[in-house]
Write a protein that binds this ligand. Sequence first.
Ligand SMILES: [Zn+2]
Ligand SMILES: [Zn+2]
Length: 136
Amino acid sequence: MLGSKLKKSKQRDAILEFLKSRKDHPTADTVYENVRKEFPNISLGTVYRNLTLLADIGKIQKLRMGAAGQDRFDYNTVLHYHFVCKKCGAVLDMEMDNLVNVDHFANKKFKGRIDGHVAFFYGLCEKCLAEEGKEL
Ligand SMILES: [Zn+2]
Ligand SMILES: [Zn+2]
């Protein structure tokens, strides 16, 4: 069992609890700012290491944002899609069916093996879209 090899850590538990309470996919910085209230001596590096570890053992999901900014972390590890707002940078969960056919399409002319895919949708979130309407 993977979990049993892991030394218990109150800090790691606090990081996990914090993520569980959030639906907005916080960055390591945001997790740090909040966990620090309970553990004033914790460092950003420790927070980042624990987040990466939790992602490695599948407890959380790490969203690699690439050019869209810092990595985000998600308590929900079930396959789901994300939307990134180009204006405010919000990362939102999409309510939609999984694109099960995408892997099949991709495999058609690919000689290796496809195990999955990552997809981000982008545009303006509801809030930014409403603000844009007001500015015009
Ligand atoms: Zn927005
Ligand atoms: Zn999510």
